[in-house]
Design a protein around this ligand. Structure first.
Ligand code: GTP
Length: 494
């Protein structure tokens, strides 16, 4: 006999990998710290390989990892960052064959780790406090704060880092001011270009992270197809390659500034793709730029490239908020205009739409009628089957009635189990017969998962000239009460 597959084997591979990582993290908590140290060191080694001068690279990714770790996980990452700083100091000593004494290496590594952690830790803590209290409409302000805090933290971290080098005699005091701009920009660019992607990775693989994708603005409804994004990304990468190749071939200053053209493919992605994809393309394009600077030996113009990447990142962040705010506005609009349960028009939206339709009907000399109906003994459904089944009855009623309406008719929920329908162009006789048809269909409808049959009482009025929709509603409601008093499941016209 064939055994059924276990539920775990049915899961997609990516989810199985995440579950495995989470189980490992729960069983061996130090594994997350080990992963953080290894990633930090790996990123540091990549940036060290791309140095165009000692201690100067276009971007310094470990600063982004430190900032994101403090932001998403909190101060418990401090020991891991400190250990990473120490390992990097020892490794750097080997890379440059500096042969500095053990005690000096220890003090340099520890002081660097403490300064680096303090600068980014305090910055991340301040930002995280604001993010957790923010609503989607605060996102542009949060981004501005993030750019400000990121810049200040990177500046403080670089002053501290350089001071440690001067203090331990690794760097001459006179070189400090010269190195400050490149070190600061390198750290800042690391943060700017890698924060979205690293935050996304931390959220996926670190279950205890106290911020979510929507907190950091990486959520967007209706994700577009993936293939066009890959094509746009390839166009961006190709353009980066051509621009850098041209700058290497024709070594004149003006050519270097063509790097600002990278804003075109990046903005194309930002305005048409999700925030996360914009973050991914920002990270890839700037990493590729950093690699090509090293490959084509374009270090002489490093500040131009650093400026261009800063502008690319800042434009990306502000551009990212546009699709997000648009989708949030759409959601809020839907919430305000439509009833969340039955998806019929909300009371206010119904009044506004009805006024427009009545005005239009009057203009063409046509009548307009209003039907108000209420489910009979609805309270009994709630009391007998519970409110979830009661909600199902409301939804079934709205769907059943909605199917019988014409294109021009308007259906709205007044509240509770009471609905209203505007029939533009229909006179009282036609409205009465239509209400009768609705009543008959409703009385042949069962509440889902129960043996309870629905029925409704209907009040019908013609909207008089000069009468508002609310005044017409009051008269229709009186007819509805009469229908209830007449024994329910009937139509009364006024
Ligand atoms: N499940 C559910 N119940 C609701 C909702 N809104 C209002 N109600 C309930 O709907 C019931 C309305 O009952 P009424 O219309 O006053 O009375 P009825 O039982 O329908 O009796 P008649 O109208 O006289 O036939 C109340 O018990 C409300 O608590 C809702 O969104 N979901």
């Amino acid at each position: 006999m064939k055994t059924p597959p276990s539920r775990l084997t049915e899961l997609p591979k990516s989810i199985k990998t995440r579950l495995l990582i989470r189980t490992l993290q729960q069983r061996y908590p130090f594994i997350s710290d080990l992963a953080l140290i290894m990633t930090w060191i790996g990123l540091w080694r990549i940036s060290a390989a791309m140095e165009y001068l000692p201690h100067a690279t276009i971007w310094f990714p470990p600063s982004a990892l430190t900032f994101v770790s403090f932001l998403m996980i909190g101060k418990r990452v401090f020991p891991a960052i400190l250990i990473s700083g120490l390992i990097a100091t020892f490794w750097e000593n080997t890379l440059y064959a500096s042969n500095r004494p053990l005690q000096e290496l220890l003090s340099t590594g520890l002081l660097f780790g403490i300064g680096h952690s303090l600068a980014y830790g305090i910055g991340a803590h301040l930002l995280s406090q604001r993010i957790t209290k923010a609503t989607p409409s605060d996102l542009p302000r949060i981004l501005l704060l993030y750019l400000l805090i990121g810049s200040c933290a990177a500046l403080i971290a670089s002053i501290f880092g350089l001071s440690v080098l001067v203090f331990n005699g690794v760097m001459a005091p006179a070189d400090m001011a010269k190195s400050l701009v490149t070190w600061w920009f390198g750290d800042l660019i690391g943060i700017l270009v890698l924060t979205p992607v690293l935050s996304w990775i931390v959220i996926i693989y670190y279950p205890k992270s106290h911020l979510t994708m929507s907190h950091i603005g990486l959520i967007q409804l209706n994700s577009p197809a993936r293939n066009p994004f890959i094509i746009k990304l390839l166009v961006g990468i190709l353009l980066t390659t051509l621009i850098m190749f041209a700058a290497a071939q024709f070594r004149f200053q003006e050519m270097v500034f063509s790097v600002f053209f990278l804003c075109i493919p990046q903005m194309w992605i930002v305005y048409t793709e999700t925030p996360l994809r914009s973050g991914i393309s920002l990270a890839l394009m700037s990493t590729w730029t950093a690699l090509l600077i090293k490959l084509f030996e374009l270090g002489d113009h490093i500040v131009v490239y650093q400026f261009s990447v800063c502008i690319l990142a800042a434009s990306t962040y502000f551009g990212m908020t546009i699709p997000l705010l648009a989708s949030t506005n759409l959601r809020l609009r839907e919430m305000a205009f439509y009833d969340g349960l039955t998806k019929t028009a909300s009371r206010e939206h119904f009044w506004a739409q009805a006024e427009t339709e009545i005005r239009r009907a009057r203009f063409y000399g046509q009548p307009a009628t209003l039907i108000v109906f209420d489910i009979d003994k609805f309270k009994q459904i709630n009391d007998h089957y519970g409110h979830t089944i009661g909600d199902g009855a409301l939804l079934t009623t709205a769907q059943c009635i909605g199917k019988l309406l014409h294109q021009a008719d308007l259906l709205g929920r007044f509240g509770g189990d009471e609905f209203m329908i505007l029939l533009p162009g229909a006179d009282l006789e036609l409205a009465k017969s239509r209400a009768e048809a609705l009543r008959q269909t409703l009385s042949k409808t069962q509440v889902p998962t129960t043996d309870h049959w629905l029925s409704g009482s209907f009040g019908v009025v013609m909207v008089e000239p000069e009468e508002t929709i609310q005044e017409a509603f009051k008269r229709a409601d009186t007819c509805l009460l009469q229908a209830k008093q007449a024994g329910r499941n009937c139509v009364i016209a006024g």
